[in-house]
Design a protein around this ligand. Sequence first.
Ligand code: HDL
Ligand code: ZN
Length: 414
Amino acid sequence: MPVTRENLRATVEEVVQAQPITDIHTHLYAPPFGELLLWGVDELITYHYLIAETFRKADISYEAYWALSKTEQADLIWQTLFIENSPISESCRGVVTALNDLGLDLSNRDLNEYRQYFAHLTPEEHIDKVFSLANVKEVVMTNDPFDDLERSVWDNGTDFDERFKAALRIDPLLNAYVETGREKLSAGGYNVDEELSDTALAEIRRFLSDWIKKMSPKYMAVSLPPEFAFPEDSARGKILRECVLPVSREYNVPFAMMIGVTRAVNPQLRLAGDGLAKADMRSVENICRENPNNKFFVTVLSRENQHELCVIGRKFPNLMVFGCWWFMNNPSIIEEITRERIELLGLSVIPQHSDARILDQLVYKWKHSKAIITDVLADKYGDLLDSGWRLEREELVRDVAGLLGENFDRFIEG
Ligand code: HDL
Ligand code: ZN
């Protein structure tokens, strides 16, 4: 069926809404991970984004806040950001969208009534409802072998809900090898030393191989500070070059770099205390150029790095640009980033991931992003039609399937 200027917007909206999504980076967990899977209204409201915003409005010390129970924290955040002020920030608006779309009555703003709704659900029931509402087909978790609770689940060898895929997250190995990574590896039976001798490097490769066999991860991932450099004469540089990149090639498991985070800018905010800074993107050019047989996913945290990343994506087919990460995940920036990516990279990108930490967030993070992606695609296909191109609905379905899942699958399998 031909897409015309008249039916374009409605057709794009319909196709985007109908496309089941592969969410390539989340902090969600399959039910066997127990308390690691966060869901429900108190988790939604105490999401670290809202904690940071609450301290800007509430008259409470860090110590007093952290001494509160989870319920008391949620009560304070609800009162501060939703009752005494309109919940107009993106993080607050997200909670409103999620509760509304789950069918809760927002007219009474009664937090205890909302709590009652969740009290009667099992995680499995809620997973089905949220995945269906968000039209999410599968999510990629963030799996940390250095986390004791998580490691115990993997060691028990559990068959997970097929909708939850693994990602091997290795921040302690690359960013804190001397401080914590080495010790944890030794405790796990790997013969590693601070100097990163040949034996230690072989043992780190064995560690990565062991966890790839255990998890079957979609990719290995790390978040990196703005000062990340490649090549670099450091423990990170050596482990990256001698261990991560060769193992990534050997097992055809791409390496995801999430660049630009400054950890613990305000430690008093705990998980909410991280910030960002502009990185030197020549590190991405170097690692892609020097490792043409490796595959890289890259997302960046600084708005100023986004355009550079698009241009680097044009230089290296082994680089897949993805997502509007963290402080980029706001409508004004999602729109800007998505436009420049489509203009510079066409359909060879993965425009979004949710980064959801709480199951219910899938509902709003995808609803909000799909509205923007629809706007951008409607404009871009409109430009194409205005230039004289003919477009079939099936071609639009093909293109959107790529953006919301198949580009990921093809890049991994390629
Ligand atoms: O490092 C990461 O994966 C980030 O996404 C952090 O987890 C961050 O705290 C976050 O949740 N961002 O959305
Ligand atoms: Zn994340």
